[in-house]
Design a protein around this ligand. Structure first.
Ligand code: FE
Length: 216
């Protein structure tokens, strides 16, 4: 089978937020789809490595904001390339992006934060059923609330690769003749001749198979 067929499927990109007690958190996901309209249900899949995953399992509630073409790579870095286990992503001290955008973040009726910059809408969800898929849990959810924030087009995964990720590829240089492995998903660079087979990208959590060898 040609594995590239999988890249022909279209995906959106979303910021998934949750709240457990006093802890607010969020991560980037690419799997959120309306599966039924009556009742209005959405399927969301979250990688178990994400702290947000554990919070949703526990609290059964989440917000999903649809990322728009106005999103910056810094927003992806903020929510996608650091863990809520290590930082408080809704604190200004957690990064430049949040320092600039915290004032525009809001709390939905369900008490969970949502962002208003780089997204065009959000929906509030309650978990109806969970399915263990191994690396991910699939959450089938009831849509309980939502709001359109602007009319900017939703960003597809393809758009992210073509226009958003490139914002980072221009920065950083490695000495000539050096071999590096570059994550095709987020641009993370691993320096070295051989990339361990079980390597997991520390930023986006994708496996070694999503890295390409680059001779600088
Ligand atoms: Fe990566």
């Amino acid at each position: 089978m040609d594995n590239k067929v999988m890249e022909k499927l279209s995906y959106g990109l979303f910021v998934c937020t949750a709240k457990d007690g006093e802890k607010d958190n969020g991560c980037i996901i690419n799997t959120a789809t309306q599966v039924t309209s009556s009742p209005n249900r959405v399927m969301v899949a979250i990688n178990k490595d994400n702290y947000t995953h554990d919070m949703v399992v526990k609290t059964k509630a989440l917000n999903v904001s649809t990322i728009s073409e106005a999103a910056s790579f810094d927003m992806f870095k903020h929510f996608g390339f650091q863990s809520g286990r290590d930082v408080d992503k809704f604190s200004p001290s957690s990064g430049e992006w949040m320092k600039e955008n915290l004032a525009s973040c809001k709390r939905a009726k369900n008490g969970i934060m949502y962002i208003t910059e780089g997204v065009n809408s959000y929906i509030s969800l309650e978990v109806y059923e969970m399915v263990d898929l191994g690396s991910h849990t699939m959450f089938i959810c009831d849509v309980v609330d939502g709001e359109v924030l602007n009319d900017i087009a939703s960003a597809t995964y393809a758009y992210y690769h073509k226009s958003i990720k490139t914002q980072v590829e221009k920065v950083g240089a490695t000495p000539e003749g050096k071999t590096v492995w570059k994550c095709k998903i987020c641009g993370y660079v691993y320096e070295g001749e051989d990339l361990p087979e079980d390597f997991i990208c520390p930023w986006c959590k994708h496996p070694a198979s999503d890295f390409e060898k680059v001779v600088m």
